[in-house]
Write a protein that binds this ligand. Structure first.
Ligand code: BDR
Ligand code: CA
Length: 320
């Protein structure tokens, strides 16, 4: 039986690749996409998610909008660096038609709460943006934290952050939310920069999508080429772009892609280390460890799975 999944995205180029990975995985049933802010504003992100779902023929997957800014703030503006990496439209200036439908009237928070209540252990939530919506779901329902299973992209434990020496981008947007989630949720797997900066894509792979001659292949290639170019400037030593968000989906399908350590985690919310994800010293000796932090990844196996799933998905879209 397919595992139910909710993907919480700030679509974003690697978010788009994560949506495609989920759609290309028969082990998963994507019951909904929830839109958060981060790489883009919520309306831009949900617009992109709807358009991508339609491009791949999946108008059956509902899209819900989450809160538009961090817990401790009352507004949000896209950072210059986000715009540089993902483009103004969030998908590397790739042009795909607007979807014919709109976001659902129900909020992302209500959808998450209701889904955890209804499906329990059959469901995994994969947040690949700031953890604001998940924290709001915890607040909305006292049983949510104990019953939710989460695989999130965010944080860094054994490597520096990517927006500061301490902080990774998703966590940096809302450290208070991240701290609530790490301290409160009973089962969370952290897919951080420790592993996502080891899974890299180059134009050698995107050329294979281009060669398909399909609308889906063209979109994946155009968006990802933009992202690869940005990485050439921000992190030239890597030699490719980081497949952050798709790796979290990959691990939701197959946890053996990564090696994890069991540890109780927290997020610093004060001082110069604000946004750092680190072990919680107050729960160091607790017998139960609620977080599983990925520290190693089977790079070749993941890249093989990633290319197979996305290429098959894109091959099935109409010719350009
Ligand atoms: C994360 O930040 C966002 O820019 C990406 O989409 C990814 O979720 C990487 O730090
Ligand atoms: Ca993201």
């Amino acid at each position: 039986m397919a595992r139910k999944i909710i993907l919480d995205v700030d679509t974003g180029i690697d978010d788009a690749l994560a949506i495609a990975y989920a759609l290309g995985s028969e082990e998963l049933e994507l019951i909904g996409v929830t839109g958060t802010y981060g790489n883009v504003l919520v309306p831009t992100g949900t617009r992109n998610a709807l358009a991508i779902l339609e491009l791949f023929g999946r108008e059956d997957v509902p899209v819900y909008a989450g809160p538009g800014h961090a817990r401790a703030k009352d507004s949000f503006e896209v950072l210059e660096i986000s715009e540089f990496i993902h483009g103004k439209n969030g998908i590397g200036e790739a042009q795909i038609p607007d979807a014919k439908r709109e976001v659902e009237a129900k909020s992302a928070v209500d959808f998450m709460v209701e889904s955890v209540r209804e499906y329990g252990d059959e469901l995994v939530i994969v947040p690949v943006g700031p953890l604001t919506t998940v924290a709001a779901a915890m607040e909305a329902n006292p049983e949510f934290a104990a019953n939710a299973h989460i695989v999130n992209m965010g944080g860094a434990l054994t490597v520096p952050g990517n927006v500061s020496a301490w902080a990774e981008a998703n966590i940096n947007q809302d450290p208070e939310a991240a701290d609530m989630v790490f301290r409160g949720v009973g089962d969370i797997t952290m897919i951080g920069l420790d592993v996502t900066l080891q899974t890299l894509l180059t134009t050698e792979e995107t050329a294979k999508w281009e060669a398909l001659g399909t609308t889906g292949g063209d979109f994946l290639a155009a968006a990802t080429n933009y992202y690869i170019k940005a990485y050439e400037t921000t992190a030239p030593y890597l030699g490719g772009c980081g497949l952050h968000d798709p790796l979290a989906v990959g691990v939701a399908v197959d946890p053996t892609l990564v090696t994890t350590i069991d540890i109780n985690m927290k997020t610093d919310t004060e001082g110069e280390t604000r946004g750092r994800t680190i072990g919680d010293e107050t729960r160091l000796n607790d017998a139960e460890k609620t977080a599983h932090v990925a520290v190693a990844v089977d790079v070749q196996r993941f890249l093989g799975e990633f290319m197979r799933r996305l290429t098959d998905l894109a091959a099935a879209t109409p010719s350009r």
